[in-house]
Structures are given as C-alpha cells and as structure tokens.
Write a protein that binds this ligand. Structure first.
Ligand code: FES
Length: 374
C-alpha cells in the first residue's frame, strides 16, 4: 500500500472496465459513451490490451468488464477472454447481444468467460427496436435464451427512462419469461448521450414512484428465484451517490484508444489529456498521474462537503455530474440538498412534468461528428 501525500492509503484498482471499442451497431439515445467518441477511434491492439490486463491484475484487479460500444465487434474478444482467464480475473461481457451467435457464446465459454450481461431496451418489439435504432428485439431475446442454455447465469439489464418506465410490469414479465437469474433495472444516469437527451428521457417523480413500487412487489414475489437490482436515479434523492466508490479508489476504465479514466464518463470533463496506457504503465497511471490523484481523499473538497460529516459516505458525489450541471467539476454534486446548486436538480425534476418538445438524438458516428467535430 502506498500513500499519496496527505491522502488516505491507496488501494489498487479492483475493478477494471475494458472499453474495447466505441463501435456499436445500435444507437441508444441513453448511451453513456462520450458524445465526441468519433474523435477517439484509434483502438488499442490485442497486445496492448493483454499488457493492460496483465498490469492491472498484477496490481490486484479482480473484476474485469469487457464493454464498449459493442465489445462483440472486436474479433480478438475470445483471445482477450482467454488471457483474462489465465490471469485469474472474474470476467464479465457487457453486451447488447446484437449479432451474438450460439457458436460464439460457446467459444467465449471455452475461452473462460464467467458472465454475460445482455441488455434489452423494452419488453415490446416496436419500442425496443425504435430505441436501439435497429431491428434487434427478437434476436436479443434468443441470445438471452442461449446464454441461459449454455450454463451462464442469465443477467438481463434494462435501462429505464421516460419511454419505457410505464412498462415496468412488462419488463419484469419478460425477465421471468427469459428465465433471468438477475435483472438490473438501471434508471438512466445522465452522462454522455443520456445527458444530451435528458429532457426527453427523464421520467416524472410520479412515474418513478409507480415503477419503483412495481419493482419492489416483484422483488418480494420472486425472492429466491430472481435477484432484482433497482438502480435508483439519484436526481430523486437528496444526497449524492458515492460515485465510483470514490474517485481513483476502486474503478479503472480504459477507453478504446488507451486513455485511462477514473470513471467511464470522465472523458467529458474539461481535462486536456488523460494518461494513456500506450505511454504509461497501469501502476504509474494509478499511483502517480495528476488526474487520478486530483479528487482522491478530502483535501480537494469545497464547502459544504469539506466540513460535512457524510463526506466519508459519498466522497462529495459525482465529479462528472457536478461538471455537466454546473460547469465546475470541483463543485459539490448538485444532487446534495446542501449544495448551493440544488435548484438545478429541482428545475430538471420540474421540467420532467412538461418537457419541451425535442427529438431524441440517437448515438451514432454521424451525430458524434456533427455535434463535436470528430
Ligand atoms: Fe464520473 Fe461520477 S461518473 S465521477
């Protein structure tokens, strides 16, 4: 264990998120990828990824997520999974399932993959295909069945927002029909494309409360059969979430081009350059880079966080949310009722009752180039 100045002892990264690519055949408007992903297309090679996996494991990383974009678009996925298995990771594939075949699921199993999480947009074909921007609903359901048949735990993820929140019952029934062992009901977190589309995605408080009550009743009913995780949207809380379990304490994300990020959304912060695994080792990045040290501990905190007796619980909330809402990444997360900027959250909640008319902006390369000049 190392210490960094007056900061608490530094633990190694336990959770490594390998964003293998920003390429994705779907176009979900709630994607958390950065809006300017088109500017970062140059992907790491297989050898680069193997080196990163090895270095992080040597430091103590145990959980590994392969995500993206759509990680299935990488032809070397099986090779990377096999490498992770040799290193002793518990590996998760976080996928839309689009394009996944029975044979590839078997090949991934053979390579040593532990866990597949399949996401479906909605319990009805038309809405699901609309949100995905691609006809994919029936295939995704088939993929979920294959995953189960091949002996993986069936982990289903549905991102919740204004367009599907009224179908909470349908979502839960779909999970039962597919034999899900775990269901993650992930209320949209407003980063990346989801931030761009926030007014069109954010449910009202009444919708949120109704949906939560339905999820809770199924939770009771399905006890021992299906585990349901209901990820609460923190806009409707009065204390912020302990984002990433504290900046630079647990999570390390490596973006497709090798940028090392303390969270999957950090690329949207006004930081000129993130350390990159092409130039630095994972250890150097984690222990010595200025970015990873910037929000560690409590010294960086403004008031009211600095003297708050809950700062050990929430670490000042989320830096990305603070920046996206206030323009200042050092600010107290505005979700906190003690924040001088809480009115921004209250305004967003009020706006959800009568959102302005605006089309959803789907996540794709063309839109990324237009919006951020990629
Ligand atoms: Fe980046 Fe919370 S998502 S710090």
């Amino acid at each position: 264990m190392k210490t960094a100045g007056s900061k608490p002892p530094l633990s190694p990264p336990r959770w490594l998120l390998a964003e293998l690519t920003y390429r994705c055949p779907l176009q979900c408007p709630y994607c958390s990828n950065p809006v300017d992903f088109a500017r970062h297309e140059e992907e790491l090679s297989t050898e680069d990824w193997k080196r990163v996996l090895t270095q992080a494991r040597e430091m103590g990383a145990v959980q590994l997520g392969f995500s993206g974009g759509e990680p299935l678009t990488r032809r070397d996925l099986e090779e990377l999974v096999a490498h992770a298995r040799r290193l002793g990771y518990y590996s998760n594939l976080i996928t839309s399932g689009y394009g996944l075949t029975e044979a590839r699921i078997a090949a991934l199993k053979e390579a040593g993959l532990d866990h597949i999480q399949v996401s479906i947009q909605a319990p009805e074909k038309d809405l699901s295909d609309f949100l995905a921007g691609t006809e994919s609903f029936e295939h995704k359901k088939q993929v979920a069945r294959w995953v189960k048949e091949q002996g993986y735990p069936m982990v289903l993820c549905v991102v919740i927002h204004r367009h599907n929140i009224e179908q909470m019952e349908g979502i839960l029934e779909m999970a039962i029909e597919l034999g899900a062992d775990y269901l993650e009901l992930a209320n949209t977190q407003y980063y990346g494309w989801a931030h761009l589309n926030r007014v069109q995605l954010m449910p009202t408080r009444a919708q949120f409360e109704r949906a939560e009550a339905i999820a809770q009743s199924y939770k009771e009913k399905l006890k021992g059969k299906m585990k349901i995780y209901y990820v609460i949207p923190d806009f409707y809380e009065d204390r912020p979430k302990a984002c990433m379990n504290g900046w630079g304490t647990t999570f390390l994300t490596i973006a497709p081009d090798g940028a090392a990020l303390p969270c999957h959304s950090a690329r949207e912060l006004p930081i000129d350059e993130f350390p990159n695994v092409r130039q630095m080792s994972v250890r150097e990045i984690w222990e010595e880079s200025e970015i990873f040290n910037r929000f560690r501990g409590f010294d960086w905190m403004p008031e009211p966080c600095r003297s708050c007796d809950e700062k050990h619980k929430d670490y000042g909330g989320c830096r990305c949310q603070a920046y996206l809402l206030t323009g200042d990444m050092n600010a107290t997360d505005p979700v906190c009722a003690k924040s001088p900027n809480r009115r921004l959250i209250d305004q967003a909640i009020a706006e959800a009752d009568s959102p302005p008319e605006a089309p959803l902006i789907f996540r794709n390369l063309r839109a990324s180039r237009q919006l951020r000049g990629g």
